[in-house]
Design a protein around this ligand. Sequence first.
Ligand code: KG4
Ligand code: ZN
Length: 330
Amino acid sequence: MLILGIDTSCDDTSAAVLEGRKILSNVVSSQVEIHKKYGGIVPELASRRHIEMIWPVVSEALDKASVTLKDIEGIAVCNGPGLIGSLLVGVCFAKATGYASKIPFIGINHLEGHILSAMLGDETPGFPFLCLVVSGGHTSLYRVDGFGQYRELGRTRDDAAGEAYDKVAKLLGLGYPGGPYIDRLAQEGDPSWVEFPRPYLHGSFDFSFSGLKTAVKNYVESLGKVDHRSVAHICASFQASVVDVLIKKTLSAARRERISNVSLSGGVAANRELRRRMKELENREGIRVFLPPRHLCTDNAAMIAIAGHHRLARGERSDITLTARAVLPV
Ligand code: KG4
Ligand code: ZN
């Protein structure tokens, strides 16, 4: 089954073509250049850019897959959660295209896409597996018992992990989005230079990163001037705290749920230190860790298409009343 996937939930316009689980194309048009001077996403600019880019990006995805719209058998579009104006562009495009070309279409939850990105790799986890979704908008742990069977075990009570990366990068005067800058600089720094707090929230699988962000802010202010070496040490120390918490909570959830397959998704899952430390669990804890390639961790339409593939194959369909939702539980 040839599926066209579309994701316009935030600041990237993405379209992909999948044949079964096989990715024929996965095009992501980034808006970083537009938003970086504001240090964050400006929703109105994001939706306007999606309108300009949706058709060129879909065309490129079809061309790269060497197919035309006539070959497409189903359209999967992300309809939430996300920025409402951005989501509407993808949803309206998918509905109009599906209706005009008589192609069945289905709305897909962005988080289901992240969870099922584990199914795009060469090796895929068997059910049940645990999925840690760590992105700019979400930090949640899910128990996955099958397609469509997801139970959230815990979530952030305040900032998402990626949001903390972005805010810390901003206060250190690094670029936007901050995650990749901190990832790179942390390689040069000493993770034990500052002992930042580890918000474990014992007794729950919830997360909290806003106190950590404030601790970094207070520390940076207490230093006055920060040179390049200090910035690298602060990045490494901040990252050590985030990664410690993510690893410890994932491990304790895996033990409590008696699950031995763990996967990672979301932009922060592209982080090298998190990936390295997660992989270490394989030998130490006997857990199998599935890490999608880094470009499939950040927002992309292939993950929406794989979710759509499973739902459409089961006969699920959306109709013309499909709408975008800023808040949409998985
Ligand atoms: O999943 P994603 O592309 O979009 C959302 O749904 O939020 O995640 C974007 C987030 C940003 O906060 C970005 O700073 C973070 O993922 N990120 C990283 C890395 N690459 C992206 N954080 C840490 N290390 C990275 N290498
Ligand atoms: Zn995402």
